[in-house]
Design a protein around this ligand. Structure first.
Ligand code: DCP
Ligand code: MG
Length: 435
């Protein structure tokens, strides 16, 4: 007996499984018909809300519906997000507000209401968790879902479950989402971005390599601006170029990142979807042989620990918004101090500088037996360390740090030491705090 062929076509509106060969669904007439040979067998999804903050504001004030809306402002004066009408006029996330208003003077600007967005994000996450326990949130408005083996439960293949979910979010929560469906996390995430807003894109095994060949290297997870600049200086711009390179060559040039480039360029990604019970913070700490009071002795240790934390954040492709300094005094009293940044970071430099500001206030002659630094409030790295519009120097430092990472990956950790840590490294204790 042969198993039934998985259905390769569905209507995203009425969920009919074989809506016919025409452009429109023969059951409901909708043009939103999804066709893909592998539709019945793919089960890794990435779901991302469309223009999230702006959509929530439009939901709550129907007068805004057909108007360009920008969410942002406040102290930093940049755009958090813009609705798709404002985007047509050229408004983008992280743009200075004055530029956004030059591009779209009629836009309505609304200050972010984080509590409200967090509540909507939680509600949508709950709806995802009703579909599968394997939900891995990446940020407030996006998550991976692994729907393998859920067909019996839902009496429908993942593609249908996802289309139904998108409609349900729209009718029950009042905002729209875009869905990417593939066989691995990397391509599911790429797919969800292809047809925004209200998109549903599928990337199968069959077309993955050809699809990726055309794309810029920045499509690859973990290749940010700094690393892309390194690749560019080696003449590499597209994933197709990476596909034609030997694995050993990539390893030699870029260390562990080379291995990732090699595999992801071929659409090979075996990372599982893991619900975030994992790290809530990433930290590194060290206990001294003798208690230390002097700031200039504590500073190089802090620098080394910050670099360590940064490396681990980069390796996990995560970033965090809160920097935590931990000190234990000679008489075992614990002091923790923290500061929130405007954006999540994974850069040693920002971790260190923030930690240093906190440390300066504590270095009042007290003798310390332990110092640690950590990053909490974790998110994925995609939105970490935007080029700082005010502080162009920090952007340069970020680029320099990317270059140093590449060198360390090539020659080992000890190859490059900053002035702070030179000859003064200690063995740190590493921690990932559970939730
Ligand atoms: N965000 C922010 N600053 C940025 C990027 C995003 O404050 N530089 C916030 C506002 C967004 C939310 O995070 O609404 C989700 O980020 P996304 O990158 O998913 O962007 P949107 O959901 O707004 O738009 P898209 O439809 O492109 O996903
Ligand atoms: Mg989004």
């Amino acid at each position: 007996m042969t198993s039934p062929q998985p259905k390769a076509t569905i209507c995203r509106d009425c969920l009919t499984l074989e809506p016919g060969k025409d452009k429109r669904c023969r059951a409901c007439g909708s043009p939103r018909v999804l066709r893909h040979e592998e539709l019945g067998s793919l089960s890794i999804a990435h779901i991302d809300c469309d223009a999230f903050y702006a959509s929530v504001e439009k939901r709550d004030n129907p007068d805004l519906r057909n108007k360009p809306v920008i969410i942002g402002g406040g102290k930093r004066g940049v755009v958090s997000t813009a609705c798709y009408i404002a985007r047509i006029n050229g408004v983008r996330s992280a743009m200075p507000m004055f530029k956004a208003l030059e591009a779209c003077p009629e836009a309505i600007v609304i200050k972010p209401n984080m509590e409200k967005y967090a509540a909507v994000g939680r509600r949508i996450r709950q709806m995802m968790e009703d579909l599968t326990p394997l939900v891995e949130p990446l940020s407030i408005d996006e998550a991976f879902l692994d729907l393998s083996g859920t067909e019996k439960l839902h009496h429908a293949p993942p593609a249908v479950v996802l289309a139904r979910f998108a409609s349900q979010v729209q009718s029950e929560v009042g905002i729209t989402v875009s869905v990417g469906l593939s066989y691995c996390k990397f391509l599911a995430k790429v797919a969800s971005d292809l047809e925004k807003p209200r998109g549903f894109s599928v990337i199968g095994q069959e077309e993955a390599v050809a699809f990726l060949a055309e794309k810029p290297v920045t499509t690859i997870w973990g290749v940010g601006k700094a690393f892309a600049a390194t690749l560019e200086s080696d003449g590499i711009r597209t994933i197709g170029q990476l596909q034609s390179m030997e694995k050993n060559d990539l390893l030699r040039r870029y260390g562990s990142m080379g291995s990732r480039l090699y595999h992801l360029a071929r659409g090979e990604d075996d990372r599982g979807v893991s619900p975030r019970g994992e790290a809530k913070s990433v930290s590194s700490e060290t206990t001294f042989n003798h208690d230390i009071a002097a700031l200039d002795e504590l500073v190089p240790v802090l620098r080394g620990l910050s670099e360590r934390v940064s490396e681990r954040l980069k390796a996990k492709e995560i970033a965090g918004r809160t920097i935590v300094l931990k000190l234990k005094t000679g008489d075992f009293r614990l002091r923790t101090r923290n500061r929130q940044l405007s954006d999540p970071t994974r850069l040693a430099d920002r971790i260190f500088n923030t930690g240093l500001e906190l440390l300066k206030r504590e270095a009042d002659g007290t003798r310390f037996r332990l110092i640690g630094v950590g990053v909490a409030d974790l998110t994925d790295a995609s939105r970490a360390d935007p080029p700082d519009l005010v502080d162009t120097l920090s952007h340069k430092r970020a680029l320099a740090e990317g270059a140093m990472d590449a060198l360390r990956a090539k020659f080992g950790r000890e190859a490059l030491e900053t002035g702070y840590t030179f000859g003064r490294r200690r063995k740190p204790i590493e921690k990932s705090e559970p939730q």
